[in-house]
Design a protein around this ligand. Sequence first.
Ligand code: YXS
Length: 259
Amino acid sequence: MSLTLKDQRDTIGTITLNHQEKRNALSSQLIDEVMAALKDFVDAGARVVVLRAAPGVKVWSAGHDVEELPLSNRDPLGWDDPLRRLVRAIEETPMPVIAMIEGSVWGGACEVAMACDIVVACEASTFAITPAKLGVPYNLTGLMTFMNAVHLHIVKEMAFTAQPIAARRAEQLGIVNRVVPAEELEATSYGLAAQIAQNAPLSIAVMKEELNLLANARDLSPQTFERIQALRRVVYNSADYREGIQAFLEKRRPLFRGE
Ligand code: YXS
């Protein structure tokens, strides 16, 4: 069963997350389908892609599929994790990707939205950074995705509280490009897409890559990187990490003991 829909009108591609039963959780199957669609659009000469959920959803995406998170002894967000592959695919896709947001956005899906080039949201949308709710030690490139889109104080507030922020506040903070009433979401998103599609694709593609390269350019020594990885290993091997996942799967509140 397919978990996404794919459509192309002229040079505008659309990928629709379509697994409402699981609130569009970013399972490896759903992510493989999105990545395949992005590749198909490159081959088909699309000039812009809109990443959306089905009209009227309450949840755009509930984030990483918690059932696919390792219980311990393995980095939950390592290089080959599906979520990591999807964020890189969005950044490396030569044409702009517009996140068209209706409903709430959680965890890894919030990073996916921030990795998109432009974010258009409806007024009732919310955005939440959730690792602290599950005990997950988010990874460096994932936090960098957030830092490139969100002021550091706001990233810290969202990451440490794990509480959603409203679309209007996200717009005031520059996290979201446009916030519109739900009935204007499509017109606004596809209006931006049409403006982009009529411009020079080679110029846009190279500026997208230049901007991403500049945004991701950071000095971090191998020694510092290895120290961070060691710290993260302690966290994803902790009892709290296992408790966070078990509590989610058992639909109960977690009890974190700091060990
Ligand atoms: O009980 P059934 O079998 O019907 O399944 C339920 C949920 O278990 C399932 N589901 C998920 N399954 C796997 N991974 C998920 N992230 C996930 N979210 C939901 O979908 C079915 C319907 O969910 P339900 O009944 O809760 O729907 P609802 O409409 O009452 O509530 C919608 C949400 C989104 C408010 C609620 O599902 C929720 O809070 N989901 C988890 C949001 C979240 O904390 N996501 C973070 C995932 S971890 C992640 O992204 C990163 C690793 S991190 O945390 O580090 O950023």
